[in-house]
Write a protein that binds this ligand. Structure first.
Ligand code: ZN
Length: 259
């Protein structure tokens, strides 16, 4: 899982960079602090349809990108994101942004730190440096696009990092292969030649290689294979759970930082 750890480290580094850049933004004239508190206002009491639909989408986009930022930050151990209000305190830098500026910053943050193209409905699995803002424009005019957007990110908010998921899936697959391999048994036939059996008690088919015994096991004994898979997955989830429960908190972002 070294690749996952590297991705997290890089994300923490670019987050720090991003916050520093944001804190050094020149004061925008005329921008106000209507944003966070306005997020709490429910969008139901709309009067003029056209502009309120736009406002509603803007507010939803801000809420969803903020939730995403928080979720992805948590996954990667970033706990100093100034775009997210802490104990309902809004960071002074963020107070100076209007809604559009806040959203733009969130989009840029998600892209450069987390490899997420929000309006592109995509999250990169790779650990590469992202710069600038992606070609990230909404397509609200397209039929069904908004539903797709909301649903995709809602699922991501409940899910896990695609790279981490892929790494875990690979590990599990390899462990299942190993388990299948080790259930193959060696036997000798009458002429003392070495042959192999699939290891299932009720089955006596002979094979001349481990590979063909494994192939047969997969093809002919799906229940045995399924039970091996369940065992392996259970073991993985248990280990993962234990390592998360026992692991000491990462100490590379101390609160008593001297900077
Ligand atoms: Zn068999």
């Amino acid at each position: 899982m070294a690749i996952v750890e590297r991705k997290k480290q890089r994300a923490r580094a670019s987050a720090t960079q991003f916050f520093r850049k944001l804190e050094n933004l020149p004061l925008a004239i005329g921008s106000t602090l209507e944003l966070m508190s306005s997020l709490l206002v429910t969008c139901e009491d709309e009067s003029s349809a056209e502009s309120s639909l736009e406002t509603r989408r803007l507010i939803l986009d801000i809420a969803q990108t903020q939730a995403l930022a928080l979720k992805l930050d948590t996954e990667k151990g970033i706990d100093n994101n100034i775009l997210w209000p802490k104990n309902s305190d809004i960071h002074p830098v963020v107070k100076r942004l209007n809604r559009h500026e806040l959203l733009r910053n969130l989009l840029e943050y998600l892209w450069s730190v987390h490899g997420v193209s929000y309006y592109g409905i995509q999250e990169s699995e790779e650990d590469v440096g992202f710069t600038g803002v992606p070609e990230d424009v909404p397509h609200y005019e397209e039929d069904g696009w908004e539903e797709k957007l909301r649903l995709f990110w809602q699922l991501r908010l409940k899910g896990e990092d695609p790279l981490e998921r892929r790494a875990a899936t690979k590990d599990i697959e390899a462990a299942v292969d190993k388990a299948i391999n080790s259930s193959v048994v060696k036997v000798e036939d009458e002429s003392m030649d070495l042959i192999y059996g699939c290891g299932v008690t009720a089955c006596s088919r002979p094979f001349y290689s481990v590979e063909s015994a494994c192939e047969h096991l997969r093809a002919s004994h799906p229940l045995t294979v399924a039970s091996l898979e369940t065992q392996v997955q259970g073991q993985f989830y248990y280990e993962n759970y234990m390592s998360n429960a026992v692991a000491p908190a990462e100490d590379d972002s101390p609160n008593h930082s001297a900077s």
